[in-house]
Write a protein that binds this ligand. Structure first.
Ligand code: FES
Length: 164
């Protein structure tokens, strides 16, 4: 039987936990491709490895996965407006691109300088096999995405589902 300490070691997967660090070294399927089909469509929210994240497809079709908490005051970005190549926070309107760069800061007097100092947490993202995959580990150590056989089949030869 596991001790409480051993149980904690193998079950906690949040940031800065041993198992969390291990899982963050892999690409993980997080959204179904059907959840984020439309450019400028509604963002999708979920929880992965103990973190709330938001996915969106921007005007140009690029996918982004950001930490859901806005870097300004922590409002959930999944309530934001996905428009003109960025996700705009519902509270004060700061807008972030798929890489987490701050594009706009309405109402801030020194917007041009201030926005260079702010960045949303952006995770690695790829679409493959009908699924959207996230990588939450160190960018410089991102591994190859797994090439499962099912993902290489034509779309009409496979079925993918996501349970929530
Ligand atoms: S809380 Fe998001 S812009 Fe202020």
């Amino acid at each position: 039987m596991l001790t409480p300490e051993e149980n904690k070691l193998v079950t906690e997967i949040g940031p800065d936990t041993p198992m969390g660090d291990l899982f963050r070294r892999f690409w993980i399927p997080v959204f179904h491709g059907r959840e984020l089909t439309d450019p400028d469509g509604a963002p999708a929210r979920t929880r992965l490895l103990g973190e709330h994240i938001v996915g969106f497809r921007d005007t140009s079709g690029r996918l982004g996965i950001l930490e859901a908490a806005c870097p300004h005051r922590g409002v959930d970005l999944s309530y934001g407006l996905n428009e003109e190549n960025g996700l705009r926070c519902a509270r004060c309107g700061w807008k972030f691109d798929v890489e987490g760069n701050c594009l706009e800061m309405p109402m801030e007097p020194d917007e041009e300088e201030l926005k260079k100092t702010v960045k949303a947490v952006a995770y690695g993202v790829q679409e493959w096999g009908g699924l959207i995959w996230a990588y939450m580990g160190p960018k410089e150590e991102s591994p190859e995405r797994p090439e499962f056989e099912w993902g290489q089949l034509p779309e009409d030869h496979r079925s993918t589902l996501r349970w929530r």
